[in-house]
Design a protein around this ligand. Sequence first.
Ligand code: PLP
Length: 451
Amino acid sequence: LAANISVEELRELDKKHYLHPITPLKQQQAEGPELIFKSAKGLRITDVQGNEFIDGVSALWNVNVGYGRQELAEVAREQMMNLSYASSFFNQSHENVIRLAEKLAKIAPGKLDVSFFTSGGSESNETAFKIVRHYWKLKGKAEKSKIIALENGYHGVAMGTTSATGVPVFKDMITEVAPGFLHAIPYLTECEKGDKSHPDYERSLRGIIEREGSETIAAVIMEPVQGVGGVNIPPEGYLQAVRDLCDEQNILMITDEIITGFGRTGKMFGVDNWNVVPDLMCVAKGITSGYVQLGAVMLSSEMRDEMTELSDGPMFHGFTYSGHPTACAVALKNIEILETEGLVENSRKLGEKLFQGLKYLEENHQITADARALGLLGAISLFKDRDNREGFDFDLHAATAVVELCRERNLILRPLAFGMEAVAIAPPLIATEQDIDTIIEILSDAIKEFE
Ligand code: PLP
């Protein structure tokens, strides 16, 4: 801490001048920030008072290669000195954005070999919504514009992405959502395959497409594994059923890989777990492990060529920081680290250990259920009566309370409390077996105290 400022002064300045993202205003105004971070290395992060925590959720599920990587700082510095900024507007380019687009084409599934760059997840999904509508419009089908997302899905906080998000609280700030966004119940695999006898058929993707008419639907969007909405892993066959449905109905499939991309689920991309290839794939977060802001939307060169053929002018879409040179340089180095250190494989291997650990919690505590993990993306649900799946009283904020008890034990986890209460665990992909054991031990202690 700078010699001329105390922790209390920082807290007061925060209260006075800083409007935080996703933070209860009353709590921040009454108490100031709970943690003020100062430094971090590996998977450990330290606050201004010198308390060291294990970051068990990689901050916002994004610090995949861990904190404090000298290689990333060095390429950022070098890039800033050589070419601090260059735009890609008006048919200009620069080496790093070209190399990154090429690298992504090599590691992305199937024919996804073209990238559009953004500064994050919301911008990527927002871009995908505009691209699919533009695509159908160019093809003379402007009415093919609706987007179907899933209940419990999270896609960001811009207007389109807020509208696509299927976790209701994120719509509290706005009175009207953007038009043309619909929501289906997730994981009704049999319905998506054509079984109409299910009581919820009408709220499946297929049921909604049948009701609205496929000639009005541009695309379906979903996370390969829902993150914010509960770490919900789809059943075997679901993503393929959606892929087949989209092909059958001539609808584009967008996957939101903002959390699941870059090794989080034990494969380079979430869809690789099921060998499904979407038409558009949105990435961010792990692409730079959070060192700088970057996102991308990937599509196939076939789709790009179709649009080229039908276009006269530019695609009137682009952000000042689309393809920022420093972000691209850091992304390239970050992907190199993921590959050379075998971190995707580590995520897969340790994911099995994490799952065993969560199973252990389920077996040893009365209030835990639904242990789940795919790679290093896992969660455990909390129930007052798990046999009857009765949740805790809302006022108890059970998941938040358990996470606070973990924090008292120097472990940071994330409560998920939209409907069902759960604790999310998603450590950096550099974690060791020992780290996973420590996380599970601390979480177990915290749950015991809460019980
Ligand atoms: N999509 C998913 C699945 C996410 O988890 C997030 C952020 O958590 C976003 C989109 C939004 O990304 P950003 O916060 O970078 O705009």
